[in-house]
Write a protein that binds this ligand. Sequence first.
Ligand SMILES: C[S@@+](CC[C@H](N)C(=O)[O-])C[C@H]1O[C@@H](n2cnc3c(N)ncnc32)[C@H](O)[C@@H]1O
Length: 252
Amino acid sequence: MANPTPAEIEEKLRGENLNEWLRLWHTEQGPAKPQALKLIAAAIPFSIEQHLRVLDLGCGPGDAGRSIHSRFPHARIDFVDRNEFFVGLCSAVNRRDSIGGRTWVRDLSEPGWQRDLASEYDVAVAVNALHWLSIEQTTKLLAVVFQLLRSGGVFLLMEPVTAEPLFAPGFEAWQKEQPSQHSYENWQVFWSRVKALLGCDYGFLGDPNNQDSIGDTLSVKQWIRLLTNGGFQSIDILLRDAEKVVLASNKS
Ligand SMILES: C[S@@+](CC[C@H](N)C(=O)[O-])C[C@H]1O[C@@H](n2cnc3c(N)ncnc32)[C@H](O)[C@@H]1O
């Protein structure tokens, strides 16, 4: 049986407490994420009066885009994800909160995923999403993101990272002592609630066939290299903690 469409999912979510769904997702995403999202929104170097065009890639329920909207209330945000449940939940919350923009079910690893989207975006953002792709897919994706941005537009990303090989053993030993951001139990709670609502089992987010997904194998420098190869400039490391990096870049 085919998965329900985002519109069907939105319908199922009509009687649901959306804040409770977001709470379950935020619990799964760990306590450090809200501050990182705040930083991403804060770093966007434009006036809060501007009617920004923003693209949230691998949006999930839409945390990153809506965090940007909370600082730029006139922004229109387009949200893209391949998971129908997330797109349905994202749409339902955006409708409730009067967030302008559209949601799209698209697989970012497929050519042409950007069809019908706007161009000349001021901001693109990807949070914990690109590492589901392979390096090759990410390289192609970054080239498209570069095209979709206007000159002067910015791209911010947050992804898991490892240390450079020389420092990795020590870093990983230290990392194990840090408070964990994610638990398998919270992941299961979220997806079993989805299953109970829809009667369909997404199981997990990733593509089981994508053995080449980046995961947490890249160092900060390697992510920067991917951005540099994609043509991005003014690349800065805004944050690096035990698990992830937040990078900012622009298309000059
Ligand atoms: C850990 S979640 C993060 C979601 C969201 N950015 C957030 O911060 O809440 C990873 C997201 O990437 C999406 N994703 C993974 N591979 C994708 C692909 N090939 N195309 C589109 N979305 C993808 C998943 O569906 C999921 O929503």
